[in-house]
Ligand binder design. Structure first.
Ligand code: SF4
Length: 335
C-alpha cells in the first residue's frame, strides 16, 4: 500500500516502514508506528524558533517526535531526526494529545509549535492534537521542509495556522545531493499553496560555497508569492556529515543580501550572537517597529514592540503580523 503523506510515496506493508520508518500498514490502513510518543516538549519564545511575525513575544510549547523524510547532510538535529526511531522509543515521553494540551496550558503557553523534526512523519498524532488544542483555544504552528504531497499539504494546512517552511536551496541537484530528496518542485508548489491560507515565513540555511549563489533566485520566488513573507536567512553551522565544512562568513552573506533586501519587506539574517539584522523595520518609513536580540542557535527574543494595531506608529503602514503581540505571562494572568 502506498503512503501519500510525502513525495517519496513509499510502498508500505505490515513490516515495511518507508523512508521515514514511521508508518506501516495494519488491516489495510496506514498507521503510525509510535503514536503519542514525543522526543521533547518544552517552553520557548516564538522568536527563537524562528517565527518573527506570528504572535510576537508569545510563550509557546515546542514539541517534537522523531525521524524525518529528508536526509540532510548537515542536519543539526541528527540525534533525533536521523536515527532509527525504534532505537529511540524507550527514551521518548508518552503523552496523549489531551495530556499534551493540558501540559501546554499548565505551563502558561499561548500556542503549540512542532519544531524538532518533520511534522509529516507524525501527521496522525498531530491531527488528534489539533482537536484538543482547538478545544483549549491554543493555535498550532510548525516548522516543515514542505515535501508533502498535495493531499497532505491540505492536511497540514488544516492542522497548522502558521508555519515556517524551509527553502533549503533552489536547484533539484541541491535537494538530491545535500538533502537526499528527489526534487525541489513540490516544495515550491507547497509554499505557494500554504501561503494562500496560512501565515508563512520562509527559512533558508546558508552553506557558504554551496547554496549562497542561489539567494537572489530564492528571493525572487518568495517575492513573486508575496513580498511581505518574512524570510529568514540562517547562518548554518553544518553538523552531522558536514562537520568539516567551514563556517559561513557573516560579512560575505550580508553583502549577498544587500540587493535581496530590495525585493522583500522583511529579510532577516541570524543564527549568530548579536546579529544586527533581526529587527523589523517599517517598509513604509524605516521606523524600527520590532526590536529583537539574537543569542544565536535559536536564542532570539523580543525586546521592544512599537506597533499600534499591527501598524507603524509613525506612518500608519500595516506590518504583517499573524495574531497580535502576546505578553510572555499572558496565559498565566488569564488562568
Ligand atoms: S511520510 Fe514516510 S512513509 Fe510516508 S511517503 Fe513520506 S517517507 Fe514514505
Amino acid at each position: 500500500m502506498r503512503c501519500n503523506y510525502c513525495e517519496w510515496r513509499c510502498e508500505l506493508g505490515p513490516q515495511q516502514y518507508g523512508v521515514c520508518q514511521m508508518y506501516y500498514v495494519d488491516q489495510g490502513e496506514i498507521r503510525e508506528r509510535f503514536p503519542h510518543r514525543w522526543s521533547s516538549y518544552s517552553v520557548s519564545r516564538m522568536e527563537s524558533l524562528p517565527l518573527y511575525h506570528a504572535y510576537p513575544g508569545a510563550r509557546c510549547m515546542t514539541i517534537g517526535t522523531t525521524s524525518c523524510n529528508f536526509m540532510c547532510r548537515y542536519c543539526s538535529n541528527g540525534f533525533v531526526a536521523r536515527r532509527d526511531p525504534a532505537e529511540q522509543i524507550a527514551r521518548m515521553y508518552v503523552l496523549s494529545p489531551e495530556e499534551m494540551v493540558r501540559m501546554a496550558r499548565k505551563l502558561g503557553c499561548h500556542n503549540i509549535v512542532f519544531n524538532v523534526n518533520e511534522p509529516t512523519v507524525s501527521l496522525q498524532t498531530l491531527a488528534e492534537l489539533k482537536v484538543h488544542a482547538d478545544e483549549a483555544g491554543l493555535p498550532m504552528g510548525c516548522l516543515t521542509n514542505g515535501y508533502t504531497t498535495e493531499e497532505s499539504t491540505e492536511l497540514l494546512c488544516s492542522i497548522f495556522s502558521f508555519m515556517n517552511i524551509s527553502l533549503k536551496g533552489f536547484t533539484p541537484e541541491f535537494y538530491q545531493e545535500y538533502l537526499g530528496a528527489r526534487d525541489l518542485e513540490p516544495v515550491l508548489r507547497n509554499i505557494r499553496r500554504i501561503a494562500q491560507t496560512c501565515h508563512v515565513e520562509v527559512t533558508t540555511p546558508v552553506i557558504q560555497g554551496v547554496n549562497d549563489g542561489e539567494l537572489m533566485e530564492m528571493a525572487d520566488f518568495v517575492a513573486d508569492i508575496d513580498p511581505q513573507i518574512p524570510w529568514h536567512v540562517f547562518r548554518l553551522l553544518p553538523e552531522h556529515e558536514m562537520t568539516e565544512a567551514r563556517y559561513p562568513s557573516i560579512d560575505a552573506i550580508n553583502e549577498a543580501l544587500h540587493d535581496v533586501r530590495k525585493k522583500l519587506d522583511y529579510v532577516y539574517f541570524h543564527n549568530f550572537v548579536g546579529s544586527d539584522w533581526v529587527n523589523t523595520i517599517c517598509p513604509g518609513c524605516g521606523h524600527e517597529v520590532i526590536e529583537r536580540f539574537s543569542l544565536g542557535c535559536g536564542g532570539d527574543r523580543l525586546c521592544a514592540f512599537d506597533c499600534q494595531d499591527n501598524r507603524c506608529p509613525v506612518c500608519g503602514q500595516e506590518i504583517k503580523i499573524h495574531g497580535t503581540r502576546v505578553l510572555w505571562n499572558a496565559m498565566e494572568v488569564a488562568r
